[in-house]
Design a protein around this ligand. Structure first.
Ligand SMILES: CC(C)(COP(=O)(O)OP(=O)(O)OC[C@H]1O[C@@H](n2cnc3c(N)ncnc32)[C@H](O)[C@@H]1OP(=O)(O)O)[C@@H](O)C(=O)NCCC(=O)NCCS
Length: 152
C-alpha cells in the first residue's frame, strides 16, 4: 500500500509517544502483557520506527543495538490496519536502516504463533521455548542459520 510512510523517530518525540501509546493498546490491552513489563530502559536508547497511515501512527517497532547483533522488538500494528503488509515493510525498512550503519546480524524473540511470519523474512528459531509477558516465545536470528537449526 502506497499511502503508508515508515520512518525512524527520536525517543519521546510526539510520533514516538504515539508509538508508545500504540504499544500499550496492542501489548497491554489486547495481549494482556503486564504494564510494568511493556516499557524498559532500552526505550531510551533504541531506534524507534513508526508507520504512519491516514494521518496517525498505525505501526511501530524498535531496534536495539547490541554488540553481537541488532535486536528487533515491540513489533505492533493497529488491529484495523493488519494484513496489509505494514509489519513486513516496517521490518524491511528497519533492517535496511541498520545495514546502512554497517550492522547485518539481526535477532528477535517471537511469540511462538508468529514464527511463520518471521521465517518468511529469513529468520530461524533456536533454543527452547520460554515465557515472556505471559506468552510462549522462541529466539530467532537471521545469521548463522545452520548452527541455529542445530541447537534447536
Ligand atoms: C504480528 C503483527 C505485527 C503483524 O502485522 P501485519 O501488518 O498485519 O503483518 P503483515 O500484513 O506485514 O503480514 C506479514 C505476513 O505475516 C502473516 N501474519 C500476519 N499476522 C500473523 C499472525 N498473527 N500469525 C501468523 N502470521 C501472521 C501475514 O499473513 C503475512 O503473510 P504474507 O506476507 O505471506 O501474506 C500484528 O498482527 C500485530 O501487531 N499483532 C499483535 C502484536 C504482536 O503479536 N507482535 C509480534 C510479537 S512477536
Amino acid at each position: 500500500m502506497s499511502d503508508i510512510v515508515i520512518l525512524p523517530v527520536p525517543p519521546f518525540s510526539l510520533l514516538c509517544n504515539a508509538a508508545f501509546a500504540l504499544r500499550r493498546e496492542v501489548f497491554v490491552w489486547e495481549q494482556k502483557v503486564p504494564e510494568a513489563e511493556e516499557h524498559d530502559n532500552y526505550d531510551m536508547t533504541a531506534t524507534h520506527f513508526v508507520a504512519i497511515g491516514e494521518g496517525e501512527v498505525v505501526g511501530t517497532l524498535r531496534l536495539i543495538d547490541l554488540p553481537e547483533h541488532v535486536k528487533i522488538g515491540r513489533v505492533a500494528v493497529r488491529q484495523a490496519f493488519r494484513g496489509r503488509g505494514i509489519a513486513r515493510r516496517m521490518i524491511a525498512a528497519a533492517m535496511a536502516h541498520a545495514r546502512q550503519a554497517g550492522r547485518d546480524r539481526f535477532y528477535l524473540t517471537a511469540q511462538s504463533d508468529k514464527l511463520g511470519f518471521y521465517e518468511s523474512l529469513g529468520f530461524v528459531a533456536f533454543g527452547p521455548e520460554f515465557i515472556d509477558g505471559g506468552m510462549p516465545h522462541r529466539a530467532m536470528r537471521d545469521y548463522d542459520r545452520d548452527s541455529a537449526v542445530l541447537v534447536d
